[in-house]
Ligand binder design. Structure first.
Ligand SMILES: [Zn+2]
Ligand SMILES: [Zn+2]
Ligand SMILES: [Zn+2]
Ligand SMILES: [Zn+2]
Ligand SMILES: [Zn+2]
Ligand SMILES: [Zn+2]
Ligand SMILES: [Zn+2]
Length: 215
């Protein structure tokens, strides 16, 4: 997986508002990652279709790349580019070379009592896979968005997200509302799973939709 390094700026997830992101995905078609208006998504929201929702709303050219914020070793001053040790109490990091030397960590812990270190992986451990493709089906049904956020249209026409765990009449989220955190808010409250669907046409058919794939 290719890793791009972000230069400064505090990054916040545009989906769940998680702040101070260290590992995230950024949209290459929206504002550049150095700008405050960049579209950045945390790795947790990636698992909840945040990238798919953004592409469904904004277009297939809205591709995402994995980014990390720049880290610098407090021991030797070099830029960190692999797994490292991170101070749990301040912004001090140590590269693995300085960690095995032990002296830099001892100095930091001597001047900062109670500071402890944790291993931090360079890549996300729950690495989100590639963007998932929409499952198309044919059914004579009109789907309504149950989030109805600002800018939402009453009937869903394009790809949408269907909750697999809500009882009838179900819970569906249009791409627009999903791109503004709709799935994340529903999952946070319920722990439910979603599938990514698109109705191909309003033709008369009694065929059931294909088996849904949850995330
Ligand atoms: Zn998020
Ligand atoms: Zn974008
Ligand atoms: Zn978006
Ligand atoms: Zn170092
Ligand atoms: Zn510290
Ligand atoms: Zn639900
Ligand atoms: Zn909506």
């Amino acid at each position: 997986m290719e890793v791009y390094i972000a230069n400064g700026g505090v990054k916040k997830c545009d989906c769940c508002d998680k702040d101070y992101l260290v590992k995230f995905f950024t949209c290459t078609a929206c504002a550049p990652h150095s700008s405050d208006n960049s579209v950045d998504i945390c790795t947790t929201c990636c698992l909840m279709y945040a990238r798919e929702a953004h592409q469904a709303r904004c277009g297939p050219n809205h591709q995402f790349v994995f980014m990390r914020t720049r880290r610098q070793c407090g021991g030797c001053g070099t830029a960190i580019s692999s797994d490292y040790m991170k101070c749990n109490n301040c912004s001090f990091d140590l590269c693995m070379l300085c960690t095995v030397r032990r002296r830099p960590m001892e100095i930091h812990q001597h001047t900062n009592r109670n500071h402890t270190f944790n291993y931090s992986a360079w890549l996300p451990h729950n690495k989100p896979g590639p963007i998932r493709t929409v499952q198309k089906f044919q059914l004579n049904w009109q789907w309504r968005c149950d989030v109805n956020g600002p800018g939402c249209t009453p009937y869903i026409t394009g790809p949408f997200f269907h909750c697999l765990d809500c009882d009838k009449p179900g819970f569906d989220i249009c791409a627009h509302c999903a791109d503004f955190g709709g799935i994340w808010r529903h999952v946070r409250q319920t722990g439910h799973r979603f599938s990514f669907l698109q109705q191909e046409s309003h033709i008369e058919t009694s065929d059931p939709p294909p088996p849904y794939q949850p995330f």
